[in-house]
Write a new protein. Sequence first.
Length: 66
Amino acid sequence: MLVLSRRENESIVIYPKDLPENMTVAELFARGKIEIEVLGIQGGQVRLGFGAPKELAIFRTELEII
């Protein structure tokens, strides 16, 4: 499980690695479920846990490389 913290107005991007950009949502989820769990909230920060198939990339938007 990948654990990331986010503050207000920060975001996370989830997309397939080395797969077509025109992939449908049905095709994406056919590879397995994506689970997002709220692990905790403290002040203005939320800790999120991500469980997803290894074919998916999960990035903080400030580190996103496309």
